[in-house]
Design a binder for this molecule. Sequence first.
Ligand code: S3P
Length: 468
Amino acid sequence: MTVPDHPCVLVSHPAGPLSGTVRVPGDKSISHRALMLPALAVGASTVTGLSAGEDVARTEAALTALGVEIERLGDGRRRIHGVGVGGLAEPEDVLDLGNSGTSARLFAGLLASHPFVSVMTGDASLRRRPMARVTEPLAAMGARFEGRAGGRLPLAVIGSDRLVAGAHRLAVASAQVKSALLLAGLNTAGETAVIEPAATRDHTERMLRLMGLPVAEEALADGAVRVSVAGHGALSPVDIAVPGDPSAAAFLMVAAAIVPGSRVTIADLCLNPGRTGLIDTLWQMGADVTVTPGADQAGDAAGTVTVAGTGSLRGVDVPAERAVRMIDEYPILAVAAAFAEGETRMTGLAELRVKESDRLAAMADGLTACGVPVTAGPDSLTVGGLGSGAGRPAGGATVASHLDHRIAMSFLVMGMAARAPVAVDDAAPIATSFPGFAALMNGLGARLGPPGSSPGDASPGDAAGHPA
Ligand code: S3P
């Protein structure tokens, strides 16, 4: 059946084994950068496999408002006519970045280094998110910002093409903040350096190098990494094929791992080592995950991942150092943990409190409603796994998604393996990163639909090996 992407309430019924081979949307992080960096090149670049999610559409619309010509060649295909480093034009209106934190942080760096005034806003979730982490170092370079308390959106940016280069030691390991500073550094004379406490995803650095701009990287003694660019270099146009998003694939991987008898293959997936923490954790839990490397895409490792559902996962301690490599995957890992035998302890997660929602609170509330023992600390989550047999999570609850796509998708996956259906109160945010999620999942054998429907023909207690 066809399920629209915008029902308010969506219900996930217990499902039989999931099977099939699919592609997931183009990687969201790479897609934002595959629009922004070619926009600064001299000449035309082409991009294929771009994410069709609303977040990336917000970046595209904002670039258009800043004077960049972007031709739509088809689904996920664009030709971007670069304006050169420093060539963005003052927008006529407020830039509305919707739900997209990556757009807001990366544009803060771009706008700060152009000599005009612009204003960024977003939805209720984005307007709550901290921006001081980008505005403070950019202000130290000489840009000015006028925002709400804590520098929150709506935020006016009074930029300059005479920023002062320097080195910035970040308090938070954040690829968004690192990227914002590197982007500002492109239009700033001298060397702009970022010292991040731990290595975060490096898509910006890889794409800059693909475009002919050297990016220096140095591992420091304390585990920190120093990344730097020299300003006023030129970016050459490129052709970029965006690989699939591991943070979207995560929902399919965990669904396959917790519904016994499943076998799901995801092709053309980004396998950047900074993004594969969930795969390492699933291996640690005893899941059956096979990774087959393929050719690099967009300067990043890529390949195919197959997950088979064995019905036996074990609870684990997830080391805090792994958080940077799977920061967006903790909500769905918590669902996997609920179906494992024994406790799973996740630490080093303070950042999850300031994502699209307070993800530690949202997961704790939703898991509790589904009958799963859980404790959330200021920066930790401990889930008491109930296994995948007769005593597995009860489900039978309606969970609040808090304008957060990953919370909505996590609980829909939970419903596939729980004893009773799980509903989310608002599934619309899923479109920010994974349009077509419900239809794709149903194509694999899931049973997602609006309330009152009975999608699919599987019934609890059937071929999944679950007792009725
Ligand atoms: C992103 C970095 C991460 C991640 C976000 C996308 C990026 O945020 O959570 O979904 O594209 O750089 P932080 O860098 O703030 O941790």
